[in-house]
Design a protein around this ligand. Sequence first.
Ligand SMILES: CC(C)(COP(=O)(O)OP(=O)(O)OC[C@H]1O[C@@H](n2cnc3c(N)ncnc32)[C@H](O)[C@@H]1OP(=O)(O)O)[C@@H](O)C(=O)NCCC(=O)NCCS
Length: 384
Amino acid sequence: MSDSVADKYPNYSPGLEGVIAGISSISDIDSDRSSLQYRGYDVHDLAEKGSYEECAYLLLYGKLPTQAELTGFKSVLASEREVPDYIYDILSAMPKTTHPMDLVRTAYSALAPSDPDYTKPSTDHDANVRKAVRIVAKASTIVGNGHRIRQGLAPLKPKAEHGIAENFLYLFSGEEPKAKTVQVMDASLCLYAEHGFNASTFANRVTVATLSDLYSGVVTGIGTLRGPLHGGANEEAMHMILEIGEPSKAQAWIDDAIANKKKIMGFGHREYKKGDSRAFYMSKVAKELGVEAGNTKYGEIADILEKTMAERKGIFPNVDFPSAYAYYLLGIPIDLYTPLFVVARLAGYTAHAIEQLDNNRLIRPKAIYDGPTNLTYVAIEDRQ
Ligand SMILES: CC(C)(COP(=O)(O)OP(=O)(O)OC[C@H]1O[C@@H](n2cnc3c(N)ncnc32)[C@H](O)[C@@H]1OP(=O)(O)O)[C@@H](O)C(=O)NCCC(=O)NCCS
């Protein structure tokens, strides 16, 4: 904010930075410690020792599941994983050049009326939880089969024994994925599952707070996530790494980018000014993948960018940066990175929508009017 705007409007915070816009018990970001907890549990414990399904259960039901509860939850997810054929017809009718984020956003919009709880009031907590489970269950099928459809391939039937990560990997490739690939994908979904009042989650809460429904909230969230300042950063980060190409070119590239005040995608964060712990974790995983694949160059490029950005700008990578080259090493097409973020974040969106609707108040902030007032209306024929 320029000094004059700050002086004129001292109570205004551009981008709502630092503004408290709600009370939530879903996740806690500790900026000083660069830590993230889901309902009191460190996200790294969940990613390393748990599974995405456990994270989703925790976010939706507020507690870690027992073994029996987790088994039951997984079997409900498996039974809800398929999508109606008309969704595939809609996706097939869209241009083959459609970005997969638009496919997944459209699919959720079209799915709403086929939910068995479609006509239930938006404040019906139990119906909302059932909707949330269906929304979470279908995402990996939509993204995996959406990818097949745009390639002109027929959708595959999801397998009941697959988890959410495995279901996506199987549908998108048509092959049984390796255990390590499933493990990395599952951990990344845990890390992406929830993140407080970020732009898309907040947008999703604004939508449901009008007493609209969970599907509308999710569609809002996906649309908001798509931009490169938010979820779209993982795709942009990979394009940037590929543009750099070789570790030997990385230093000159980043020097030039800094000199030209270029924004480095996958770096910086509104909440984490000392680093994003999810990025530390994903960097480790991505580097391990590189060693296993005999391709360490992306990790080497990343090291040069990270060191230079930290030293010269005091800016650190966010989770999108290492996730980008981890996904690349797993063979995932770049334009599926943000849709994978959706697969994960739907647990967060729906948990927030339920929390909002359980204790709802319309979200309606004010703006400072900074334009002319009390002008005299001039008839159209007399205007210059
Ligand atoms: C995430 C992001 C939008 C946070 O923005 P913010 O809190 O509004 O912070 P600002 O954009 O105001 O940045 C503050 C300063 O750091 C700089 N900065 C922030 N992120 C930067 C980046 N990725 N590359 C270069 N400079 C960056 C800004 O240019 C600004 O510098 P200035 O004060 O000299 O103008 C921002 O860091 C960004 O655009 N990052 C790249 C996109 C990205 O990775 N998004 C995913 C987030 S999970």
